[in-house]
Design a protein around this ligand. Structure first.
Ligand SMILES: *[C@@H]1O[C@H](CO)[C@@H](O)[C@H](O)[C@H]1NC(C)=O
Ligand SMILES: *[C@@H]1O[C@H](CO)[C@@H](O)[C@H](O)[C@H]1NC(C)=O
Length: 282
């Protein structure tokens, strides 16, 4: 009888974890690769520190992020590309995700700009000050340059879509991955349907920006990632096949990023994240 109760409780517990896991599919499936109409998200880690965010700004969803509330960086952001020509915008102000701190309601689902003194209370995400004078920039995970409208570009300026990167690494990533990958997409993909893209990071072993909260310094504040990676998947412009490719850059070296198949990337990420299996497009 007692065992039964324990099993029941365990069952309920895993059920509530699974609900969190399912919310990408429920609330913003549009940003994820589909296979025969089945929504395929990249692997979602189940530890409770990971939160699925459907990024909501000015009344619309613009992309999705799996966020690590303890390391205060994303695991990945997922988004689509649809070949719309859009103008560049100035850098927007950096916003935060209210629902990581508060109970979820319909009134706080939009990302928000806070005053510096209001940010001091943020426990489950990075704030602007954490990066200030750290020697690191807020490296976009979903890049502004891939945004398809002013609003979508502005929506990329949320701290839940950023991870510490040196300016040098940021520039190199733009030149060696963001620009060539977009050219590859334009060369390979059918422009009448969505291209699915995921960009992510792998945390650094023991590399952190120290942060301050409530007057106290936290040494392991914001993790400085070791790797940035990106992958796309689309319908070929020439036939019914799927085109895909991926990149991964080790931030600790001056070497150019590796250009690899999505299958190879999955193998690398499975090792790097130290999980049974990691898969970007299922
Ligand atoms: C990335 O940054 C590290 C540390 O500043 C530097 O040693 C390395 O050369 C950089 N790599 C690239 C490709 O910019
Ligand atoms: C990466 O590899 C793909 C497939 O081999 C190729 O089409 C693409 O041009 C390469 N990208 C770069 C930046 O070298």
């Amino acid at each position: 009888m007692k065992l039964f109760v324990v099993l029941l409780l365990l069952g309920m517990f895993s059920l509530s974890v699974a609900e969190v896991v399912d919310s990408f599919k429920k609330d913003c499936p549009q940003f994820f690769f589909k296979n025969n109409n089945r929504v395929i998200t990249p692997t979602v880690f189940t530890n409770n520190k990971y939160k699925q965010i459907c990024q909501f700004y000015e009344g619309e969803y613009w992309f999705a992020t799996l966020y690590d509330t303890k390391f205060k960086i994303p695991v990945y952001s997922a988004y689509t590309y649809s070949f719309i020509k859009s103008r560049d915008i100035k850098d927007d102000y950096w916003k935060i995700e209210p629902q990581l701190e508060e109970k979820r309601t319909n009134n706080n689902k939009e990302m928000k700009q806070l005053k510096p003194e209001e940010e001091e209370v943020l426990r489950f995400q990075a704030q602007n000050k954490d990066y200030k004078d750290s020697g690191y920039t807020k490296g976009h995970v979903f890049p502004k340059s891939y945004g398809q409208s002013d609003q979508q570009k502005e929506s990329t300026f949320t701290l839940t879509n950023a991870a510490p990167k040196t300016q040098e690494n940021n520039t190199a990533w733009g030149e060696q991955v963001e620009i060539p990958m977009l050219n590859e997409i334009k060369g390979n993909c059918d422009q009448n349907v969505f291209v699915y893209i995921v960009t992510g990071v792998v945390p650094g072993d023991n590399t952190w920006l120290p942060i301050k909260r409530g007057g106290k310094t936290i040494k392991q504040g914001v993790n400085i990632p070791r790797y940035f990676w990106a992958a796309y998947s689309c319908k070929s412009k020439n036939n019914n096949n799927i085109e895909s490719n991926a990149y991964i850059a080790d931030q600790s070296t001056a070497l150019p990023p590796e250009n690899l198949t999505v299958d190879r990337l999955n193998i690398r990420l499975t090792k790097l994240y130290n999980v049974k299996q990691f898969s970007v497009f299922g």
